[in-house]
Design a protein around this ligand. Structure first.
Ligand code: MD3
Ligand code: FE
Length: 244
């Protein structure tokens, strides 16, 4: 590769041609879409923003209600952050480590998430939470459903960075067989609608080193976790014939 093939600052990892490929779309479920390489053109702006967030809210291994330490390191930014401790799973407006609000969601994070949701056919995605998961080699996430959000009408957008991983995409029952989906650096997946409550997990991450991220996989998960505007809620309630 000649140096003239790369944009300044992209470290020569991807050719201009690669950065300008249309993202390859794959359906993982009726309303789940993998946007392969979608984030590659955003990486140069995403990584410094990620570093800033992590300087304010470093990764920490949290306790599950069952008393186990998660192998995945967690952080968050935005109005709400997902946390777990012996008393349960929940979203919190503050970082339990220091009592301060979580770092603001960087504009470039929000823009990427909204652009990906839009590309997958979900208009008006307004994420209020970005959970940041760090997988060192060996770290995994067991099959689970995401059920701590206020409602399930908004999609979830996830961005994979660094080492590859095998994502498990199951059904609505834990016992349903799951699809194995490799997720690579720069892939974005949008999950919504009928797929929103499907069981999912991540197999133990294999040893390796990524040229930009080193020995880790980082996953950013964008969610609309809290209640949306009151007006919105009233409108929906009225549509259902309620009083609220
Ligand atoms: C499919 N994280 O933090 S994000 C999680 O790679 C989580 O770190 C995984 O599952 C990770 O809760 C996967 C992808 C994801 C998130 C929510 C979903 C997939 C989903 C909800 C329904 C179906
Ligand atoms: Fe999840």
């Amino acid at each position: 590769m000649r140096s003239s093939d790369t944009a300044p600052g992209n470290l020569g990892l991807f050719s201009e041609e690669e950065l300008q490929q249309p993202p390859r779309m794959e359906h993982l479920g009726p309303q789940s879409l993998a946007l392969r390489g979608f984030a590659l053109p955003w990486i140069e702006r995403l990584l410094p923003a990620l570093e800033q967030v992590l300087a304010q809210a470093p990764f920490r291994q949290m306790l599950t209600p069952g008393g186990f330490t998660m192998s995945v390191g967690l952080s968050s930014c935005g109005q709400l952050g997902w946390t777990t401790d012996l008393t349960g799973y929940r979203y919190s407006a503050t970082d339990p480590q220091n009592g301060y609000p979580w770092p603001r969601m960087p504009e470039v994070f929000r823009q990427l998430a909204v652009a990906a949701a839009h590309a997958a056919g979900f208009a008006d995605f307004t994420p209020d939470s970005c959970l940041i998961n760090c997988y060192r080699p060996g770290a995994k996430m067991s099959l689970h459903q995401d059920k701590n959000e206020h409602d399930y009408s908004a999609p979830i957008v996830s961005l994979s960075l660094g080492l590859p991983a095998v994502f498990l995409f199951g059904g609505l029952q834990r016992s349903d067989r799951s699809l194995r989906v490799p997720l690579l650096h720069g892939d974005v997946v949008v999950w919504g609608g009928v797929d929103r409550l499907r069981y999912h997990g991540v197999l133990p991450v294999k040893d390796g080193s990524h040229p930009l991220l080193g020995q880790q996989r980082i996953n950013l998960t964008f969610r609309q976790a809290g209640p949306t505007l009151e007006l919105d809620r009233k409108r929906r309630s009225a549509e259902q014939g309620g009083q609220g």
